[in-house]
Design a protein. Structure first.
Length: 285
C-alpha cells in the first residue's frame, strides 16, 4: 500500500541561518521533486514573510516552520527570564508560521537543546511540570493563530527530558491542550526506540510531522534504518502528513559544530537531496 504523504527537505541541508535570501533554494528544491520546504528559524528578524510567502507560492511549496532552541531558549530553566526569552521567540515563530501559511510550529520546544544532565527525580519532575505548564501557554498562543504544535523528542545526548515516543505522548497528555501534537525524527528514533513501528503506533493520531535521515544523518537509503518498519507504522495509523529530510551541511561551521557533523555525509548537499527524495519517492509507493 502506498503512503499518501508529502515529501519535504530542510534548508539546513544547505545553509544556516535561514534568511529572506534563502528563498533562492526554493527553485532547486521544487525541481528535485519536493512538495514541502522546512524553514528553520534561528533569528526571526532575518525573515521578510511577504517575500517568503510569495516565493512559496511561485514554486508551489508547502512550508513547515521549525524552531531552534539554543541555551537561552529554555522553558524548564530555574530562572524565569529564560522562559520570557523563549515565549518571545516562540511567539515570533508562530507569527511567521501564520503569515506564510504553515499549519504548525515544530521542534523540541520544551527545553534547550544540549541540556543533558543526570538530575534527581525531584528536579526532573519540577522541570517536567514547567515544560507542561509553559507549553500550555504556548498552545494558547498557537490556537489564537489557528496553528498546532509538533513537539519533538531528542536523543539522550541532546536532552534529558523527552527522548522517546512514550515520553512525548505522556508530555502532551500533561500539557492537555488541543494544539499539542507530535513530531518524530528518525535520527533520534534510531538511537532511542527499540521498535520504530511501535513508536509510530504509540504516537498514532497525534503524529503531525516526520523527519528522516539515515542512522548516521546521511542520505535516506544508504544506512541501517528500518524503512520497512517506518512504512508499516505510518500505514497503520493512516499518516497523511509529510516525511521531510532533516540533515545539515558541514560547510557552515557553527551549525556543524552544534550538531556534531565533523565530516561530509554525501558527495554534495545537492546529491544528498536528489538521492534522498528519489529513495523516499520509491519507498512511499
Amino acid at each position: 500500500m502506498s503512503l499518501n504523504i508529502k515529501l519535504g527537505v530542510s534548508t539546513w541541508l544547505w545553509t544556516s541561518p535561514f534568511k529572506t535570501e534563502t528563498i533562492s533554494l526554493f527553485s532547486k528544491i521544487k525541481s528535485m521533486g519536493y512538495d514541502m520546504v522546512e524553514i528553520p528559524i534561528e533569528d526571526p528578524a532575518l525573515i521578510d514573510t511577504e517575500i517568503v510567502k510569495e516565493a512559496l507560492r511561485e514554486f508551489d511549496l508547502v512550508p513547515a516552520i521549525c524552531g531552534a532552541f539554543g541555551p537561552s531558549r529554555d522553558l524548564t530553566n530555574d530562572d524565569v527570564k529564560f522562559h520570557d526569552t523563549s515565549f518571545d521567540y516562540i511567539e515570533s515563530c508562530l507569527e511567521i508560521a501564520y503569515e506564510i501559511g504553515a499549519g504548525f510550529f515544530a521542534g523540541p520546544m520544551y527545553s534547550a537543546v544540549g541540556k543533558a544532565r543526570l538530575v534527581s527525580p525531584e528536579q526532573k519532575k519540577i522541570e517536567w511540570d514547567r515544560a507542561a505548564s509553559n507549553l500550555y501557554k504556548v498552545g494558547e498562543m498557537a490556537q489564537e493563530r489557528g496553528l498546532q504544535l509538533a513537539i519533538e523528542p531528542l536523543n539522550r545526548f541532546e536532552s534529558d527530558l523527552i527522548n522517546t515516543a512514550e515520553d512525548v505522548v505522556r508530555l502532551i497528555k500533561d500539557i492537555n491542550h488541543p494544539t499539542a501534537k507530535i513530531l518524530l525524527d528518525g535520527f533520534h528514533m534510531n538511537i532511542e526506540e527499540p521498535d520504530i513501528e511501535r513508536a509510530i503506533l504509540l504516537a498514532g493520531k497525534d503524529l503531525l510531522h516526520v523527519q528522516v535521515s539515515e542512522n548516521y544523518r546521511g542520505t535516506p537509503g544508504t544506512g541501517q534504518t528500518r524503512w520497512d518498519a517506518y512504512k508499516r507504522g505510518l500505514e497503520a495509523i493512516n499518516y497523511q502528513g509529510a516525511v521531510s529530510i532533516e540533515s545539515f551541511t558541514p560547510e557552515i561551521k557553527e551549525l556543524a559544530g552544534a550538531v556534531c557533523i565533523w565530516r561530509t555525509l554525501a558527495p554534495s548537499q545537492d546529491s544528498f537531496a536528489e538521492e534522498g527524495v528519489k529513495f523516499l519517492r520509491n519507498w512511499s509507493k
